[in-house]
Design a protein around this ligand. Structure first.
Ligand code: ATP
Ligand code: MG
Length: 320
């Protein structure tokens, strides 16, 4: 049953995965409007998402209990791509103690005084945790690439600017490999929005007063650079989808579908890790049995009838 579910999830996300080494042309290769033939309606999608959320909650509890692996989900998108809503929905069922969301905006003076990966390294998840980067170290080859003046603020020594993008892709790949080798799985989701859907979402943010706060004049300014961003995204996907940390391009024009895909990608990774609740050794089991006997002996006379049905120490040990 679990294997069958795992298989279905793996098949569902396979077309979204960018094969390492593949040369991506975003506008040709990935359709933002796409949704699967197996999940074509929003209502059906909602049910699947609920199942996915329950599955994530279960796996996250085990990931935390095992305390060996950590998971980092990097979310990238153009403005209005739906990062916030995706995080809110996908993580709605998991224990908030085990999830840490970090958003990244324009770097501070302190951050600019360090190497460019410094601020991202400081927000990595601990073992047992799921970390979510709402924007991530990939901004360093996206917005910074589209606006080279941002690079000037990074105080790089002149020799570090040679072949800088080529080098940054390599450094990011190496960093993610290092994390993976040390028990931290890195997965990367690009919410792929179409030009026209972005226009509609911006208009909604302008026209609906409750959404006004989400809109900034900078958003339309960035939109004018659409083609440059598409190029930067394409190159990022081509250069940094690796066997250890693949990119997934999620069609984002339908929010409900983007959420199902993201939940499935996260679930797939957790299923692969297959975290287990720790079991206890014989010594600990003996201690549990002794503690149980002591607690049982303290039961008030009226509670005896109820406590006799409790599980044995051995059965209870597995859940301790
Ligand atoms: P929303 O999609 O809801 O608007 P957001 O992620 O765009 O949320 P904002 O605070 O509006 O959040 O914008 C963050 C800004 O920070 C973006 O314009 C992004 O390009 C910029 N930014 C992120 N990382 C860097 C970086 N390393 N260098 C320069 N700018 C960056
Ligand atoms: Mg913004």
């Amino acid at each position: 049953m679990v294997d069958e579910r795992a298989q279905r999830i793996a098949e569902f996300i396979a077309p979204l995965r960018v094969e390492p080494g593949r040369k991506v042309k975003l506008h040709k290769d990935f359709d933002p409007r796409l949704h699967s033939s197996t999940v074509s309606r929003k209502k059906e999608g909602r049910e699947i998402l609920q199942t996915g959320i329950a599955l994530l909650a279960d796996y996250q509890a085990r990931l935390a209990a095992q305390d060996t692996y950590g998971v980092l989900l990097c979310l990238q998108a153009l403005d209005a791509g739906g990062k916030d809503g995706t995080i809110r929905h996908v993580m709605s069922g998991v224990n908030p103690q085990g999830v840490h969301v970090s958003g990244f905006t324009v770097p501070s003076a302190e951050e600019l005084d360090h190497d460019y990966l410094w601020r991202y390294a400081a927000r990595l998840p601990a073992r047992g945790d799921i970390g979510i980067f709402n924007r991530s170290h990939y901004e360093e080859v996206l917005v910074v690439r589209v606006h080279p003046e941002l690079l000037d603020r990074q105080k790089l020594p002149p020799e570090s600017r040679k072949r800088i993008w080529h080098r940054r892709y390599r450094e990011i790949n190496d960093w993610e490999r290092y994390l993976t080798d040390n028990g931290f799985r890195v997965l990367k989701v690009f919410l792929n929005l179409s030009y026209d859907e972005q226009r509609r979402r911006f208009l909604r943010r302008i026209d609906e007063p409750d959404r006004n706060w989400k809109f900034s004049a900078a958003d339309v300014r960035e939109r004018r650079r659409w083609k440059d961003y598409q190029k930067a995204f394409s190159e990022m996907l081509s250069r940094t989808s690796t066997p250890w940390a693949p990119w997934y391009v999620v069609p984002a024009d339908r929010k409900w579908f983007a959420r199902i895909c993201t939940a499935a990608i996260l679930a797939h990774t957790l299923i692969e890790i297959d975290p287990r609740f720790p079991t206890v050794d014989a010594d600990t089991r003996a201690q549990l049995a002794a503690a149980r006997a002591e607690l049982m002996a303290q039961a008030p006379a009226s509670a005896n009838g109820r406590t006799t049905h409790r599980p044995t120490a051995a059965a209870g040990a597995g859940r301790a």
